[in-house]
Design a protein around this ligand. Structure first.
Ligand code: SUD
Ligand code: ADP
Length: 303
């Protein structure tokens, strides 16, 4: 059997997502604080006769098993850089909700970059991988690095954020997904006519992270795309209300429709799970710890 390389990559939540005006290139300038959370996709690569994508796992609906998959695009990009054919089978084991605002496609792209770099022994360093990641999508560089980080520009320019302690999150998965461009467009529509300030990072959030204050982080959670996601998916209103009852804070994750709730401790997390399971339109509830590591090679046996 040929060599296989496996990489595990986390989902993310945006603790803050401040969205500026629409730019001429079709993107919005953002200031965002990402946190990687312990829900994972696994990307496995091995030599094949052409480029193949196999999608498995708990979260597969709507994931293309062809060259349009973001992981396949990542492999094609690295093959070009390495001057070789993208002859690779990519198997995705998906645990990250699809089109859920948790960067699942970005995780797979980051995983494919790391895995193909190892499989083809290209020797690309972290900066080179990050440049390819940024070309694939605004969230992909963060999927490589993980942890807690500030993202500016489109969200692709990262600096580490000082953070102490660990956080327990509860995620409410929604029926169906939301398209990221549609949510940004809805945000523009809702804000039309009003001045949109340049986005700025929340000092309250940064100092709560530095101090490891779970309640401080909970109070500072903020997402400028939330109103747009709720407008397109009105059922989220009830989800937010139910989840926040026992949480220190809660918000729509990125462009949604997943909602994320920060728990003071494990007991509070269990109460949040219980409250969310009773809400119509919640198709599943997941608990995860954060911050999680970014894309990481697993040993071949899978430890
Ligand atoms: C909203 C966020 C929050 O982290 O992610 P999700 O919650 O969807 O995972 C990101 O900004 C999404 O990042 P990502 O999913 O990588 O988006 P990209 O592929 O770069 O862009 C897809 C489309 O989203 C819109 N877009 C994206 C990023 C940005 N700063 N401004 C935008 O307006 C544009 O319409 C763009 O064509
Ligand atoms: N590897 C992938 N995993 C998930 N979705 C993918 C992937 N590659 C391409 N897509 C497409 O990207 C869309 C957004 O998926 P995803 O990255 O999970 O959501 P989000 O941008 O909300 O975090 C999906 O609906 C799907 O059509």
């Amino acid at each position: 059997m040929g060599r296989r390389v496996r990489v595990r990559v986390p989902a993310k939540v945006n603790l803050q997502l401040a969205v500026g005006p629409l730019r001429e290139d079709g993107y919005h300038g953002v200031v965002t604080v990402y946190q990687a959370v312990g829900l994972y996709d696994e990307v496995t690569v091995e030599a094949a006769d052409g480029l193949e994508v196999v999608v498995t796992g708990d979260e597969t609906v709507g994931v293309p098993a062809d060259a349009t998959n973001l992981a396949a695009k990542a492999a094609a990009l690295l093959a070009r850089e390495g001057g070789r054919a993208p002859d690779v089978r990519i198997t995705l084991r998906k645990g990250i909700p699809v089109a859920g605002g948790m960067a699942g496609g970005s995780a797979d792209a980051a995983g494919a970059l790391v895995a193909c770099n190892a499989l083809w022994e290209l020797g690309l360093d972290a900066d080179r991988l990050a440049a390819h990641a940024a070309a694939l999508g605004s969230d992909v560089p963060f999927s490589l690095t993980g942890g807690t980080a500030l993202g500016v520009g489109r969200g692709e320019r990262l600096t580490a954020v000082l953070s102490q302690g660990s956080f327990t999150w509860v995620f409410a998965l929604a029926e169906g997904g939301l398209s990221t461009p549609s949510v940004y467009a809805e945000c523009d529509r809702l804000r039309a006519g009003a001045p949109v300030p340049e986005p700025a990072v929340s000092d309250a959030l940064l100092s709560a992270l530095r101090a490891g204050s779970v309640s401080g982080v909970g109070a500072a959670l903020d997402n400028d795309l939330q109103a747009a996601a709720v407008s397109l998916h009105p059922g989220l209103h009830a989800v937010l209300e139910a989840g926040r009852r026992s949480a220190v804070g809660g918000l729509v994750s990125g462009s949604g429709p997943t909602c994320a709730f920060l728990a003071a401790d494990r007991e509070a997390a269990a109460r949040i799970v219980h409250d969310l399971e009773a809400v119509e339109g919640v198709r599943g509830v997941r608990t995860a710890s954060a911050p999680a590591h970014g894309a990481r090679l697993l040993d071949p046996q899978g430890a």
